[in-house]
Structures are given as structure tokens and as C-alpha cells.
Write a protein that binds this ligand. Structure first.
Ligand code: AMP
Ligand code: MN
Ligand code: MN
Ligand code: MN
Length: 290
């Protein structure tokens, strides 16, 4: 089986490794095809591609766009994008532009909850200040001794409904899909299982409505195997993919050593019957480096 990974993060968004370090780690772990999918930013792709070439890997340009759909935040991955396409570049810029103000509000809310000094602390953890986000806050709150790890910070302070959570309007689903498709990319609904667990999650009926709208807008694939899914969820979303005639994707969603559900590479195979998005990506030679 070809070892591939179509979802991971560098320090251009909320990963801890530089694109070069990330690619080296993937190569060491046997990954042969890698997509870098930083949140709302494509600045790491050139560096990652250069590193991938030096390791003899196939590299796919990716991005993970933050979207607001109804009351939910969704993540839409684009694979095989052209990072210079003007509508995509402008769209991502607009998505990033709200992050600074949101971070200020998050710090205010945390101050009200008795935790001060968080804004400067969180910025210390960003290598790309335009992409300040909750993970950077979480890392600082761990450092400051408020929780034992990043996951606990989300559960206690940063998840929806918790004291440091600030609602935010991201891109619309239709815009995110059109930026990705307009730039030649394939549109993937990231980690759908995550939208169905937790207090403010969606039920099955809403997931059906989402998938119908996603397909209607031009969505093409769904992540079936991803770090945060259980084996039961692999099967569940393989069924959804079949029902909605979607391609299936597979990626770790790696953010850094000791911080992620899964490391890169050696992911389980897609369930039988899944049509892999990788086949589509690799059959479009313009999308890859040999
Ligand atoms: P943001 O785009 O600033 O809202 O941050 C979203 C990021 O926070 C996600 O991409 C994850 O990396 C991280 N995240 C979200 N929820 C959790 C969680 N429950 N545990 C750990 N990390 C999380
Ligand atoms: Mn993230
Ligand atoms: Mn995500
Ligand atoms: Mn991700």
C-alpha cells in the first residue's frame, strides 16, 4: 500500500514544526505522498514542496479553510490547489483578517475568568501572527500551568460554550468551495466525525443536510480516515461517502509531536468500497511533483 497523508499542519498555522521539519518527519516515517494543509494560509507550500523534492516525495498543495455553516464551524480542505489563484488568495486573506480581533476578545474573556496576560502569551507561540488561533492560546495556558495539556485547555476554556470561547464568522461554505474549485483543487469535508460529537454538535439529520448542501455547492470528497475518527467512524463516513457519491480522503491532521491524535503516515487503509481522492489527484499530473 502506498503510504500517503493528505492533512497536516506546519507552523504557518497551528502546527509546531516548520514545513521543512514536517516534511522530513513524514519522509522518515515512510510517507510517499504528502499534502500540507495549513489553516487559512498557503505560505508554507513552497518551502514544503522544496523539502519534499529533496526527499523524493510527491507533494500536493493543500489548505484547510475555516467555514461557518449555520451554528457550526466546519473545516474544508482543498487539495491540488493553485496557491496563486487570485480568488483563493483574496478569500484566504479575508478569512485570516478576523483572527487578530478575535484573539483580543478571547483574551478579554479569559481575563474576566481570572486569567490575565494571555494575549502576549499566545502570540509568543505563533510563528505567523496573522494566523493566531485557539491552539496558540492553549499552548500558553499549558505553559502558565492552567491545564496539563492542550486537549484539557480546549475542554475547560476554549471549546464552544467555555469561558474563553468567542463566536466568529468564518467563510461561507459556498465561498470556500468556490475558491478551492476555482483554483483547480478538489474540495474535501474535513473530519466530519468531529461535528457530531460534543455538546453543540450536529445530529444525523443535520449531517445529511450538510452533505447534501456540500455536494450541491461543489464538494467532492469527505475525510474517512483521519486522526480524530474512531474505526467505527471510518465505517460510518465510508457509508455516507457511498450515499452521497463522494470520494474518500485520508490524513493524520498532525500538528506536532506529542500533541496530535496521530502521527503522520501509517494510517489505516480506507474501508473497502471507498473511492480514494488520491487516485484523482495523482491522475492530474499538473498537481504534483514527480
Ligand atoms: P481556531 O481556528 O483558532 O478556532 O483553532 C482551531 C484549531 O484548534 C483546530 O484546527 C485544532 O487544531 C484545535 N482544536 C480544536 N478543538 C480542539 C480540541 N478539542 N482539542 C485539541 N485541539 C483542538
Ligand atoms: Mn489546527
Ligand atoms: Mn480541522
Ligand atoms: Mn487540520
Amino acid at each position: 500500500m502506498l503510504d500517503y497523508d493528505l492533512h497536516c499542519h506546519s507552523n504557518v498555522s497551528d502546527g509546531t514544526l516548520t514545513p521543512t521539519q514536517l516534511v522530513a518527519r513524514a519522509a522518515e516515517r515512510g510517507v510517499k505522498v504528502l499534502a500540507l494543509t495549513d489553516h487559512d494560509d498557503v505560505d508554507g507550500l513552497d518551502e514544503a514542496r522544496t523539502a519534499a523534492v529533496s526527499h523524493g516525495m510527491t507533494f500536493i498543495n493543500g489548505v484547510e479553510v475555516s467555514v461557518t455553516w449555520r451554528t457550526h464551524t466546519l473545516h474544508i480542505v482543498g487539495l491540488g490547489i493553485d496557491p496563486h489563484h487570485p480568488a483563493l488568495v483574496e478569500g484566504l486573506k479575508s478569512v485570516r483578517s478576523g483572527r487578530g480581533a478575535r484573539a483580543g476578545k478571547m483574551a478579554d474573556e479569559l481575563a474576566k475568568a481570572g486569567i490575565g496576560g494571555v494575549l502576549a502569551g499566545a502570540y509568543k507561540y505563533t510563528d505567523n501572527p496573522n494566523m493566531i488561533g485557539r491552539t496558540h492560546f492553549a499552548r500558553y495556558l499549558v505553559e502558565a500551568g492552567h491545564c496539563k495539556d492542550v486537549k484539557s485547555v480546549f475542554n475547560r476554556y476554549l471549546a464552544k460554550g467555555k469561558p474563553g470561547y468567542v463566536p466568529h464568522e468564518w467563510a461561507t461554505l459556498a465561498d470556500a468551495v468556490s475558491w478551492i474549485r476555482g483554483s483547480g483543487g478538489v474540495v474535501v469535508l474535513a473530519h466530519p466525525g468531529r461535528y457530531m460529537c460534543g455538546k453543540h454538535s450536529m445530529g444525523k439529520k443535520t449531517m445529511h443536510e450538510l452533505l447534501a448542501e456540500f455536494v450541491g455547492a461543489g464538494g467532492q470528497a469527505v475525510e474517512v480516515v483521519t486522526g480524530s475518527h474512531t474505526p467505527e467512524q471510518y465505517a460510518e463516513f465510508a457509508r455516507y461517502a457511498k450515499e452521497f457519491n463522494l470520494l474518500c480522503s485520508c490524513g493524520s491532521d498532525f500538528h506536532g509531536p506529542n500533541e496530535s491524535y496521530r502521527d503522520m503516515g501509517r494510517l489505516p487503509d480506507l474501508p473497502l468500497g471507498c473511492r480514494s481522492v488520491l487516485d484523482v489527484l495523482l491522475s492530474a499530473p499538473v498537481l504534483k511533483v514527480a
